[in-house]
Design a protein around this ligand. Structure first.
Ligand SMILES: [Zn+2]
Length: 212
């Protein structure tokens, strides 16, 4: 095994996910931008729910998310997984919750990537915490690309775009990779509540400065 690993290192040398420097998968300098901490905020919409995140969004965090989502890099997955686990641990301590519900990517996106990235991380969280993970949300209509929209338009754009697939009894913890305005989380929470499911909290790996 060791020699195979050594051979892989020669063929595919490890590079820092943040800056590309040869060596560790995340160098000590970039590690400063990916240092799990805990951030708690409350959703803007009532009834409010807490949102827990572990890493502030930065260009380096952006590269880690992209490496996991677009390039399926296992080491990037693991960094995001650890950040999610950190957020989830705090959330469970303060709010409890009975099961995890991940926010799916659109089917076309998941097809291109070859996997539902967040669902896979949610199953790993499930194994470690013993809480069941369900794929309970579905996108029901097209939405505009969010990147050029301000906060208010993002909420309007997503409103009514997801639905809950099955009733689940107990309190859900919603899982996603990144929270920016909270519009995606809010739509997931709205869909779950509309399906009669109570929401304990939302948990993400990264948190960006909210847009105005
Ligand atoms: Zn680096």
């Amino acid at each position: 095994m060791r020699s195979i690993r050594a051979l892989q290192e020669i063929i595919f040398p490890s590079r820092c996910l943040g800056c590309g420097q040869l060596g560790l998968e995340i160098c000590s300098s970039c590690r400063k931008s990916w240092h799990p901490h805990i951030y708690r905020q409350w959703s803007q919409h009532l009834p409010t729910y807490p949102i827990y995140s572990a890493v502030t969004y930065s260009p380096i965090a952006g590269k880690v998310l992209l490496a996991a989502k677009e390039n399926n890099l296992a080491i990037a997955d693991q960094l995001i997984y650890k950040a999610l686990f950190h957020s989830l641990t705090f959330s469970l301590r303060e709010n409890g919750g009975d099961f995890l519900v991940s926010i799916p990517s659109r089917k076309s996106v998941a097809r291109t990537r070859g996997r539902q990235f967040i669902s896979i991380l949610a199953s790993q969280l499930s194994e470690e915490t013993g809480l069941p993970a369900y794929e309970n949300l579905e996108h029901t209509r097209r939405v505009r690309d969010q990147s050029s929209l301000d906060a208010k338009s993002r909420f309007d754009n997503l409103d009514g775009s997801m639905k809950s697939l099955n009733f689940l009894s107990g309190r859900a913890i919603v899982i996603d990779d990144l929270v920016t305005t909270g519009a995606t989380l809010q739509e997931a929470v709205r869909a779950l509540r509309n399906g009669g499911i109570e929401v304990a909290a939302a948990v993400t790996a990264c948190v960006a400065e909210p847009l105005r």
